[in-house]
Structure formats: structure tokens, C-alpha cells
Design a protein around this ligand. Sequence first.
Ligand code: NAD
Length: 541
Amino acid sequence: MSNAFFEVPVAFNEPVTSFAPGTPERESLQATYKKMYNEVVDIPMFIGGKEVFTDNKRDIHPPHDFKHKIGTYNAGTKAHVQQAIDSALEAREKWANMSWQSRAAIFLKAADLLAGPFRDRVNASTMLAQSKNAMQAEIDAACELADFFRFNVQYMTDIYHNQPESAPGIWNRLEYRPLEGFVFALTPFNFTSIAANLCAAPALMGNVVVWKPSNTQIYSAWTLVELFRAAGVPDGVINIVYVDGPDAGDVIFNHPELAGLHFTGSTGVFRHLWKEIGVNIAKYRSYPRIVGETGGKDFVVMHNSADALEVATGLTRGAFEFQGQKCSAASRAYIPASKWEEVKAHVIAQVSDFKIGSPEDFSNFINAVIDRKSFDKIAGYIDFAKSQNDAEIIAGGNYDDSKGYFIEPTVIVTTNPKFKTICEEIFGPVLTIYVYEDNTWEEMLKLVDSTSEYALTGAIFSLDRYAAEYATKALENAAGNFYINDKPTGAVVGQQPFGGARGSGTNDKAGSYMNLLRWVNARTIKETFVPAKDYKYPFLG
Ligand code: NAD
């Protein structure tokens, strides 16, 4: 048998395409978008390597154009969830025993396919399904996902390299095997890359997966299934079902072979799932690993030494890109009174300059929010702000659902530091600002720390290093990703491992070795070369 210690290619961040006017990439993406927009596809589930169609077909519409149909998906039942579990468990032995270098090769190939021939399709499907503009689709579906694949391969080998010391006469080894059973990947609508990574990260470590995507992401999820197939992920390793969440949960959380939950979504749903697992804990063969990245109420704090235009730009990009539907989106800001008029003028100028509409028109910075439910919820918060005496809307405030779910980027200023919209996750293009007196800096930081139940992302803008250092310490529990003089969004795999604590999740840092460690079981092996033959220790003499 030939042997070697293989080194994997050094991971790198996929370069972001500019899509500037006149570039071939822009034309190619526009052509793919048009083609997909004008097709109607019928999207099956994918179980045990088979496409599964049902009589329960549900229409798919772009959020920015909801009278237009781009496809249907085949909704399943609890029986399909059971089939997906059976297929996963059947595939498990071969997959778990495949060499790590073959698993690595599959996901490195997925990265290259994604960066090359799949790029336009994955981007265009994300623009259509989730109403992302070209740039937002590119940094998510193409670049972040390719980064997840490549960096996770590197982190996997870092984990395998991690070995204990050995004393004279013995050899200690640590080996890492996949979890016993299957992993349930339950994924949100807002990031195509997250949906793929919640399946791919456990699979890379040798696990088999049952995946339930969000109903509003199925269209782009299917391009990911095609990508996994093209990259050579074997049948049964990643199975996708389109079943209502509670129905899926009913089968999965009662199954003795549930080995892990890999979840990203809202805090309320995560708490519910954790409870379900807790109630059923005695039914499982092992203690299921629970990894959940959930909601946020992400802050921007300005010190009075900071530059007003830099803060305003951090706010408008941080709060409104992808319509504020990022878990990391800036949704509350604290501005010193001495700088407020200046910041306000820049924020209003920038927000008034945004163009809103379909992602097909590349000049649109803002597109639609995901669905009717979100539209109504966000509009409800805006209406609430309009009706209150302690809040004022200084930009936006309108919404229009005649063609798509469009909501104007809205900036609320409140005199109440516990105003509803500064405490609760809205998950839309709504930013609430509280103006503080400059001499209350320290109390204001305590307020920032205690205002929400979340601790996902946050930013401090300051040109005064003492103030920056003070805020970094004062807010150490308030954000898992903390930014100094930058917006709180846009974490890059391999550079800013992502995740938060408190109500925001288990902080297992997607895109890092910390996440991958959750998907393996370790066995310690101690081997003694010359075993003892006499039970007596010297002290007995
Ligand atoms: P969601 O919680 O509504 O849905 C997530 C998934 O759970 C979906 O697949 C959904 O169908 C499923 N689900 C919902 N209720 C269920 C139930 N009772 N049983 C089983 N499954 C159920 O979240 P969403 O609206 O898709 O995504 C937005 C949320 O995700 C926001 O709260 C956002 O902050 C969070 N998010 C967090 C991160 C992070 O890294 N922290 C990243 C992206 C999104």
C-alpha cells in the first residue's frame, strides 16, 4: 500500500467580481438571470440520490416580482423525512470510512466548480429567490461558499494534526471519527452559503446529513444540490426535504440516531428545538451536538472623536445592504449629541440616494424583503414608530407591495433608549438611533450592553484610542464579532470567524476549526510498547 502525509492546497479567499459596466462577468450574469427568470422549473426533493416528485407542488416567485412564477417545488411529508434519515444512515458506513483526502477532494472540487461553471447559476438563483443584488449574491453564494469549502478542508487537517504528547515507552494518539447517526441541517432563507455550509461542514468531517432548507430558499438550494452532485458527494450523504418545520422536527427529534443539529435561524425557533431535544434526550443513542447561530440586534457606537461621514457610511451600508436581512445588520446606533447633526445629514443624503427595485437592474442598491410575512412584520414596526411620541422617522417610512415586497430603508430616531425598535430584532431595513449626551459615554456603553438579549455583532467608531479600548472591554460580552472603525457586517471566512453568544447562539464560529470540532468524536489511543509484568510498585519494597 502506498502511503504519504498529504498537505492540502493552502486556502484563499475567492476574489469578488466587480460586475462593473462593460465587464464580461456582468453580461454573463445578466444573461443567466434573464434565462432563469423566463424558465419555470419543477424542483424535486433529493433523497438517497433520487429526485423525488410529489403531487403537492408549491409555486416559487421572486420576492421583487411576486406575480411572476419561476418554478414549483415538490413538498413532502413526514414519510419523506423518514426516507431521508434511512438513506443517510444507509450511506453512513461507506462515507464515514472514506479517506479524508477523498472527502477533501470532493469539497475542493465543489469550490472550484462554484468559482467557475456554477458561479452564474448560483448567483442568479440567489438574486431571484432571495432578491439580492449582484454584489450581495456574489459575496454570499459564490465567494463565501467557496471560502467555506476551501478553509474547512484546511481546518479539518489542522484538527487531524492535533496530537497529544507521548512519554518514553508509549505512543499516544488521538483519532477523530464522525458522529454516530445523522446530522440535521436546518437552514435559513437569507444566506445561500450558510445553507450549503450547514450541510457541507458536517459532511466533510464524515457525517451524513438530512437537510431542510427554508421554503423561501428552495430555488437557490436546488443549485447547491446540483453543485454537490457535480462535485461527487455520494448518494445519501446529503439528502434534502421540503417539509414544514414542525413536521420535520416531529420525525427527526424522535429518532434515536439523531447525532447533531446544525441550525441557523431565529432565536425563538432555536430555543424551541433545543427544548424538543431536551424532552427526548433519553431516546437518543448519544447526546446530540447542538450548534445554533441565531438572531441579533447589532449596534454601532460612535465616540465623539469619530468622523461623521465614516460613521454614516458604516450605518447605511451596515443597516441596509440586503434590506437589513443579515443577522449582523446594524439595527441600533448610539450617536453623541455633538456630532448628531453632521451624522444625520450624511445618513439622510446617502439613504435618499439609494435606488430601490429588482436586482435585474444593477443600479438598484435595495431590493425586496423575502416574503409577505416579513413585509407585514417590518411594516408593523414602522407604523408603530409613526404612532409614538418618543420616536421620529427621519428617512424612509414608506412601503409598497404592489409588485414586490419593497420597504424603504427607514431611519428612526428615538429619545427612549428602550424603544421597541431599538430592542427587538426586526430583520428588515430599519435602523433606530439614540442620541446620547457626550458626557454619558460610560453609562451609554452599559446601556448598549444591556439593551437586547442578543450578542452577535457590534461596532465602535472612535479616533481616540483610549475610548476604543474602553468600549472594546466594556462590550466584551455584547458581540461575538466586534468591529473597530468598520460596519458590523461582512465577516469573511478565514479572517473573521463568525458567531455570537447570549441569545445569538452557541458561538461555534462558522468557518473555523471550532465549528468542525463539533462534528467529530475523538478517541484517545494509548499504546505501551513493553507492558509491565510485575504488579509491585517500587514503593512497596
Ligand atoms: P427561521 O427561524 O424562521 O427559520 C429557520 C429554519 O427553521 C427554516 O428552515 C424554517 O423552516 C425552520 N423552522 C421554523 N420553525 C420551525 C419549527 N417549529 N420546527 C422546525 N423547523 C422550523 O429563520 P429565517 O427567517 O429563515 O432566518 C432569519 C433568522 O436567522 C434571523 O433571526 C437571523 O438573525 C438568523 N440568522 C442568524 C445567523 C447567524 O449566523 N447568527 C445567520 C443568518 C441568519
